[in-house]
Design a protein around this ligand. Structure first.
Ligand SMILES: C[S@@+](CC[C@H](N)C(=O)[O-])C[C@H]1O[C@@H](n2cnc3c(N)ncnc32)[C@H](O)[C@@H]1O
Length: 211
């Protein structure tokens, strides 16, 4: 489990409050831990699920889904008639994710797409209730520009890792990922089309509503 930007005892306390997950999510968490797969984990999973419930979201486009952990949190929130688009550039991830979707009983609400997530989003003709960004961080500014036009009015743009282990507060960040996240956060707060907020949970989650 990745450590967040809150202090270790606070982090421990937040995790201690969580009810146990079902066997599928629990198995995915163990697997992610064992293989170092950077999933959002249950603290953020619950936020994603809650956002979808609050918005009565029925359509979610996810950029960067790995083994499908966050996808399942979305899929359970959108309900029987909802649709979540899973995207990942790695076919092996997608095959593994399909197995988990079957086991979790949500395969029929998830469309699995393999390829460049940004390209796949740009091909979409419809708008979405929620677009969730969790691809390579260098892609965040481009994902931002693409996502805005594909969100319905009142829809949410959600992004993980926007505090990047606290590196966003470095005086002179040199690495490309930190720079891209700083640019993404700037775009978010300067956009006349969005009303954003950053939740400093785990590695920071941005939530922006389209006006
Ligand atoms: C942080 S992981 C996603 C974790 C997932 N959202 C979760 O919490 O369960 C990022 C994933 O995005 C994929 N990825 C990164 N950049 C991508 C891109 N441009 N297009 C498609 N997949 C990408 C990687 O293969 C990796 O599996």
């Amino acid at each position: 489990m990745m450590h967040g930007i809150t202090s270790e005892p606070v982090e421990q306390y937040l995790y201690s409050l969580l009810p146990p997950r079902d066997e599928v999510l629990a198995a995915m968490e163990s697997e992610a831990d064992r293989r170092d797969i950077p999933i959002v984990g249950p603290l953020v999973g619950r936020v994603l699920h809650q956002l979808a419930l609050m918005h009565n979201a029925k359509t979610v486009f996810e950029l960067g889904s790995a083994i499908g952990y966050s996808t399942i949190w979305w899929a359970r929130a959108v309900g029987e008639n909802g649709k979540v688009i899973y995207t990942d550039g790695d076919r092996k991830n997608a095959d593994e994710a399909r197995g988990y979707f079957e086991r979790a009983g949500v395969a029929n609400r998830i469309a699995v797409k393999v390829g460049d997530a940004l390209e796949l989003l740009s091909e979409e003709k419809h708008t979405f209730d929620i677009i969730f960004c969790d691809v390579d961080k260098e892609d965040y500014p481009r994902a931002f520009r693409l996502a805005i036009s594909r969100l319905r009015k009142g829809g949410l743009l959600v992004a993980d890792n926007v505090l990047w282990s606290g590196k966003v507060a470095d005086k002179n960040p040199a690495d490309a990922s930190t720079k891209a996240i700083l640019e993404f956060n700037r775009l978010l707060y300067n956009s006349p089309d969005l009303f954003p907020a950053i939740l400093p949970i785990r590695d920071g989650i941005a939530v922006a509503v389209k006006k």
